[in-house]
Design a protein around this ligand. Structure first.
Ligand code: PMP
Length: 410
């Protein structure tokens, strides 16, 4: 394991920052994460030393930028076990999912086809499919949720009950309850039934080892900002033959070989054909630094750390019957809970008054109330730098946090 004190020293946001006059306890890591100095330095390096465009000049500075992009692609490919040319840069997870929707599904789905999703998905893995269904005449259908999660059995049942499922889109780890699906088994069921699997890795890739080739998913998406990287950058990882088959989404400079006055456009090969316009170059440099940072700590260690904190927090909440936890047997660093008789947003506001950052509501998974049986929850989520002391402060304030009115009149 790594030394948590040393790790915390790598993050400027953990260096004495306060909120509401109290030491900041940041437990909203499923939303976004802090960046270590090495990532901030890599972003700065672009502006201080490497500032140029890529693919667009015959001078060294520009060539150096091409090298930086390729190095980042290779670093991500190593990290996730894909080929470098299977790494497409997007603005984040949401854009990556939209790229599959508009580049693949819009091109290949037809009336009568089905897209299988679940009611626990994040909006970014629901709304693009609704839009594609409208545009193609395909239909969105839902897999059964069993014990608040998507199971292999429920996927098998969905294929039995629905003919023509052509695409299955699921979160690898859910962003509210943190349950992990059996992606490898589900990919195999999808392929046996002639469907593709789109894996939303926003909450898995930052937290555990994820092996694209071994899982055999067809597409995998994630965002850098949830894994110590910059905002505005993320990835679509796709099997190369599928990327080559896909239509382009954004078009413009940098993605074509040539075009003419008849409107004919010859795109470049993947991944460049999806990367129209100037890329987020400083973020690409920061992304590589983030992946290197995680790799150095070890993804197994990061996962273990989340699991240990989860177990520790759950054990400390044991016996407090007024605290309802919805995912006690989860596989992640996410705890979704409510205090009996207290509205989730009031509880989050009260915790804010104590310097503790958590999120309340539906967490962009706006169909999950059916699964949970409540309209809103409070969500605390840890990351590689979260300390046991922070969990102690969180639990202490849940149990003895005082009245909601404290938040307003203190
Ligand atoms: N899917 C899941 C499971 C998520 O947790 C999130 C972020 N909350 C997203 C998609 C969207 O990610 P982004 O906003 O970085 O595009």
């Amino acid at each position: 394991m790594y030394d948590i004190k040393k790790v915390r020293a790598d993050f400027p946001m953990l260096n004495g920052k306060t909120m509401q006059g109290k030491p900041l306890v940041f437990l909203d890591n499923a939303s976004t994460t802090f960046k270590p100095y090495s990532v901030i330095k890599a972003i700065d390096e672009y502006y201080f030393e490497k500032n140029s465009n890529s693919h667009r000049g015959d001078y060294d500075l520009c060539y150096d930028m091409d090298v930086e992009i390729q190095k980042t692609r290779e670093t991500i490919a190593n990290f996730i076990n894909s080929e470098p040319n299977e790494v497409v840069f997007t603005s984040g997870d949401t854009e990556a999912l939209n790229l599959v929707a508009y580049g693949y599904a819009l091109e290949y789905l037809k009336p009568g086809d089905k897209i299988l999703i679940s009611e626990v998905e994040h909006a970014s893995n629901v709304l693009p499919w609704y839009r594609i269904a409208k545009l193609t005449g395909a239909e969105v259908c839902f897999v059964d949720i069993v014990d608040r999660r998507v199971t292999v059995d429920s996927i098998n049942k969905a294929f039995k009950e629905n003919k023509n499922i052509k695409l299955v889109a699921l979160a690898h780890v859910g962003n509210v309850l943190g349950y992990m699906i059996n992606a490898k088994e589900i990919a195999s069921i999808c392929h046996k039934n002639g469907a593709l699997l789109v894996l939303d890795g926003a909450q898995s890739v930052p937290h555990m080892p994820v092996n694209f080739k071994e899982l055999d998913a067809d597409f995998l998406t994630f965002s850098a900002h949830k894994m110590c990287g910059p905002t505005g950058i993320g990835c679509l990882i796709g099997k190369y033959e599928l990327l080559q088959k896909m239509a382009t989404f954004h078009t413009g400079g940098g993605m074509n070989v040539k075009f003419n006055k008849s409107g004919e456009v010859i795109p470049l090969d993947a991944p460049a054909k999806f990367e129209a316009g100037t890329l987020n170059l400083s973020a690409i440099m920061g992304f590589r630094a983030a992946v290197n940072y995680l790799t150095e700590l070890g993804m197994d260690n990061i996962h273990k750390h989340d699991e240990e904190l989860f177990k520790y927090a759950i054990s400390k909440l044991e016996g407090h019957d007024d605290i309802v936890v919805y995912n006690k047997d989860s596989n992640s660093g996410i705890i979704a809970f409510n205090i009996k008789g207290v509205f989730a947003q009031d509880e989050a506001t009260l915790l804010n008054s104590k310097g503790i950052a958590v999120r309340s509501g539906q967490h962009c998974a706006k169909m999950i109330d059916n699964t949970i049986g409540d309209i809103a929850t409070v969500r605390m989520s840890t990351y590689l730098y979260t300390s046991k002391e922070e969990i102690d402060i969180f639990v202490e304030n849940l149990i003895n946090g005082g009245d909601i009115l404290d938040a307003y009149f203190n």
